[in-house]
Design a protein around this ligand. Structure first.
Ligand SMILES: [Zn+2]
Length: 233
């Protein structure tokens, strides 16, 4: 059993420690967060819309262990909101396109992002494949050239890097596609769609059975957002 420890430091007095052991497959993550003190520089609070995909009658992908994509993405979205409050001292103004198990149309998801003049829009999904060995994380950016294409690509790399380095998910790359939810938002701000692993892979579907892993995924995404904004693109 290999113990690993990651200490993530920002230039501010803050220390987040992730400890995990690496067994076969995905790393089992449990993390301790030592929060010494938060002292962010003053600045305009960034608005983030998190978009948990599917919902209601649309379950999304069904996991090999019967978990549903719509529940996984909603739980991660809820945890992002909680961690932003408890750990990031409400650093971001975070909205969700849905807070419950309801189906929102793709048009309305985009409409909300535009109405809020969001700084970034992050759609959360899980992947599905006929090949049970398919695994890893993909982050999608709209393939339409738009005002925020470069920022969206940079954001996608930041999120992907965090999920790979902090949690051990394989990187399948940043990809470009013509998904409706990306198409309808990319002209208004950086927009990405994260495929957080495969519901058809035993390790990755099993990963989401544990609340601490849901929390780790939420934290890694938040770190990706934090790094993106701090890079000052
Ligand atoms: Zn989906």
């Amino acid at each position: 059993m290999n113990w690993h420890q990651i200490v993530w430091k920002s230039e501010k007095p803050m220390l987040i420690t992730l400890k995990f052991w690496k067994g076969p497959g995905l790393k089992n993550v449990s993390f301790w967060i030592s929060l010494l003190q938060f002292c962010f520089v003053f600045g305009q609070q960034k608005t983030i819309v998190i978009d948990p995909g599917h919902g209601g009658t649309d379950s999304g992908a069904v996991g090999i262990n019967d978990i549903l994509e719509k529940d996984v993405v909603l739980n991660v979205a809820k945890e992002i909101t909680v961690l932003n409050k408890t750990l990031f001292d409400d650093r971001f103004a975070i909205y969700s396109t849905r807070y419950t198990d309801t189906l929102i149309s793709l048009k309305d998801r985009g409409r909300l992002a535009r109405a809020l003049k969001t700084d970034v829009f992050v759609s959360l999904h899980c992947n599905y494949s006929d090949n049970p060995n398919a695994r890893g994380v993909e982050v999608y950016v709209s393939n339409r050239k738009a005002k925020y294409s470069i920022e969206a690509t940079w954001l996608a790399y930041n999120i992907q890097a965090n999920l790979n380095r902090k949690l051990g998910f394989e990187s399948r790359g940043v990809k470009f596609a013509n998904f409706q939810v990306l198409r309808e938002t990319v002209a208004h701000g950086p927009t990405v769609l994260v495929e957080m692993g495969f519901m058809t892979n035993t390790d990755e579907a099993g990963y989401y059975l544990k609340p601490k892993n849901i929390r780790a995924m939420a934290l890694a995404i938040l770190m990706g957002l934090y790094n993106y904004f701090n890079a000052g693109l």
